[in-house]
Design a protein around this ligand. Structure first.
Ligand code: HEM
Length: 484
């Protein structure tokens, strides 16, 4: 069975490019410049190598210099048109779903589920996104700053205090997982969370792996993890439905994201707006979209603060001012976060230089005319946030880390700062990511000092940045009483 799947996959890998070769022949004089390279492989290995070496912007720049801002390549099994510049970003991010879709390869939706928001388009996308945003919007999230703070403090007490050395990146992944469990899933600390963490980790690795479903491949582990996770999530949904029916207080609806999704009714009030299957697929995607991204940002910030004394001191000053107006161990509030302006500018600049999500893909649903060229139906369309962020016609001295660039009265032009994407699919988790980042930075700099154990510890993008040794640091607590 597995062998047959393997053969089918191989055949598909060869047949898909041959199919496209014949299909786009009719457009050959209007295709963008560039080469599709070898069948199947195309330029994928080159891009993967650039990703690993964190040289994506340079890889793109070389091709833009040769071909201009619109060019073609063969990437990850599909002929692809790569677009560059704010106008191109606007086109991709705001394009009608009838022209460009966000559909993922079937191998990915087998793990994430076919009803997840990334797969959806048109009214279905609007409906599911509206439901997610009704919890993730600022007005609702504001009341949960204390809960995030409690998770962060518990995390530091458990994993950082009393330790001389910590591996930052894997630990911060546990933190972001726990925050999503607490805030969005309403799962308290304990065995349920502990059972779910490795399953989510296997699913993420499965999504990012070569989709060969053979025993012991990462991909098959991802599929197995989904199979185990779905009944657990279904059980959780049933528990929450019962609790909702018992309590029936309007305020209980906003207890967590799952409870809210269960309580949003159809227009005619006959059933819930989202089916159980949709809720499952979307809470899985929220975890996968929210867990690695924020942890990457926080890991880079920990490294930056160890390397840049001037930024470190300014952040410490900003954070200590907040501490000085509060009682010992008093929880942070939303008002406190609004005072962390410099800290957020540093995080913003960090995501310009190192965007956690560096590539965004779409698929042409029909032949599209763009910039005098044709993008044939079925082709991939790709933009790179790293490339846009390193464009010196948009950001002066783009390689310089300069958080003050966001103080100026002229913010970057629209569609040029795209760490969170833009348009109708812009990241709905932006406020949560901001909250997690600011709370963690506050608690870190007011509780510890740290030094990198390996000054030049490097990372590879696979495609998310992963530090070789998880970013090893030596930590020293500032306040002994925290350890008690
Ligand atoms: C620093 C942290 C984060 C970064 C840099 C980030 C970045 C992004 C980007 C670039 C996109 C758009 C991708 C595209 O258009 O192709 C996106 C979408 C998305 N993000 Fe985030 N994200 C972050 C945190 C989060 C968090 C915490 C959550 C969960 C609460 C989340 C949930 C989502 C979802 C559900 C989508 C899909 C939206 C849609 O298709 O309408 N993200 N994110």
């Amino acid at each position: 069975m597995e062998f047959m799947m393997f053969i089918t996959l191989l055949l598909l890998l060869f047949l898909v490019p041959i199919f496209f070769l014949f299909r786009y022949k009719k457009h050959s004089d209007r295709l963008p410049p560039g080469s599709l390279g070898l069948p199947v492989i195309g330029q994928s290995l080159g891009l993967l190598k650039a990703l690993k070496a964190d040289r994506v912007d340079k890889w793109f720049q070389e091709r833009i210099t040769n071909h201009g801002p619109v060019w073609k390549a063969n990437l990850f099994g599909y002929p692809t048109v790569v677009l560059h510049g704010p106008a191109a970003n606007k086109f991709i991010y705001t394009c009608d779903g009838s022209l460009l879709t966000n559909t993922q390869p079937p191998s990915i939706s087998r793990i994430l589920g076919s009803k997840n928001i990334i797969e959806l388009s048109g009214n279905d996308h609007k409906r599911v996104r509206g439901a997610l945003v009704s919890f993730l919007k600022l007005e609702v999230l504001k009341q949960y700053v204390g809960k995030v703070d409690e998770e962060v403090q518990h995390h530091l007490l458990t994993h950082w205090h009393g330790k001389h050395e910590v591996q930052v990146q894997p630990l911060i992944k546990i933190l972001t997982f726990n925050i999503i469990c607490s805030l969005l899933f309403g799962i308290e600390r304990g065995p349920k969370r502990e059972k779910m963490l490795p399953l989510f980790q296997d699913m993420i690795e499965g999504v990012l792996s070569i989709p060969i479903n053979l025993p012991f491949t990462q991909y098959s582990r991802g599929l197995v993890a989904r199979k185990k996770l779905v009944p657990m999530l279904l059980h959780l949904i049933h528990e929450k439905r019962e609790a909702l029916q018992d309590q029936n207080q309007p305020s209980d609806r906003h207890k967590d994201l799952i409870t809210l999704l269960l309580s949003i009714r159809d227009d005619d009030d006959s059933s819930t707006m989202m089916s159980e299957e949709e809720i499952i697929d979307n809470i899985i995607v929220v975890m996968i979209a929210g867990y690695d991204t924020t942890s990457v940002l926080l890991t880079f910030l920990v490294r930056l603060l160890a390397n840049d004394r001037s930024i470190y001191s300014t952040i410490v000053r900003e954070q200590k001012e907040i501490t000085s107006s509060k009682a010992f161990k008093e929880a942070l509030t939303w008002e406190d976060l609004t005072k962390m302006k410099f800290t957020w500018r540093v995080a913003t600049e960090m995501m310009r230089i190192n965007p956690p999500v560096t590539l965004s893909f779409r698929r042409a649903k029909q032949d599209i005319e763009y910039g005098g060229f044709i993008i044939p139906k079925g082709w991939q369309v790709l933009l790179s946030a790293s490339m846009t962020h390193m464009d010196d016609s948009i950001f002066q001295n783009p390689t310089m880390f300069d958080p003050t660039r966001y103080e100026k009265h002229t913010p970057p032009p629209p569609f040029s700062y795209v760490a969170f994407g833009a348009g109708p699919r812009m990241c709905p988790g932006i406020e949560l990511a901001k909250m997690e980042t600011l709370v963690m930075m506050h608690r870190l700099v007011t509780s510890f000092t740290w030094e990198l154990l390996k000054k030049d510890e490097s990372f590879i993008r696979v495609p998310m940045p992963e530090f070789d040794q998880g970013l090893l640091v030596q930590v020293k607590p500032l306040n002994k009483t925290m350890e008690a």
